[in-house]
Design a protein around this ligand. Sequence first.
Ligand code: ADP
Length: 225
Amino acid sequence: MIRLTDIDKYYDSKFQRTFVLKGINITVNDGEFLSVMGPSGSGKSTLLNIIGLLDTPSAGNYHLYDEPVLDLKEKKKVEYHRNFMGFIFQAYHLIEEMTVYENIETPLIYKGVKNKDRKAMVADLLDRFNMVAKKDLFPAQLSGGQQQLVGIARAIVGKPKLLLADEPTGNLHSSQGEMIMDVLKTLNEEGMTIIQVTHNEKFANYGKRIVRLEDGLIRTDEIVK
Ligand code: ADP
């Protein structure tokens, strides 16, 4: 589904060119659960953002289901975001003025899902995440872990084919982290393709494949299960 070919990302300053990604070649097939690891500054987030069509490379090609996607118009990219991708960021990006319920429902409204179906889909996730009792609270009234769960619920409520997660367990203590990783594992078993960036070896091993970046290069790319 995802094919990156000879991807470079660099920034030019007056006297030098700094490479963040250099000659990245990677294919990710439907149903994979890929963990991207590497030291801070090695290009992990940049790679994830390029895959998510949130950032553009300086050189190279990117095909999604054989469609070249780098030169798509903004409108087409937004369609991909709405209909195909879900994002989990370390900062939860919840809307403070909306309740838990409304935060989770929002992507479905953008997607044009009917009111009745929306209710059922949000209720299902609230149930799954044990958050029914919190549905009318605002983000500020939740713990960090609960906010992260709402962020995850919002990312997956529209059942994206591809879930992109940047440090989904960052800032959480380990039992909350494990809970979130278990959710991701179940989603992957149900068919969702997942690419996560993580620093945590244990959480990386929830994936089926681990790619390690170093200085913008892929150092290793191995199937772990
Ligand atoms: P990681 O996620 O592995 O920590 P990132 O992809 O966030 O790495 O960043 C890789 C490198 O790109 C960092 O060294 C960062 O400073 C650099 N970088 C990001 N944005 C810019 C920019 N606008 N100008 C110059 N360097 C940048």
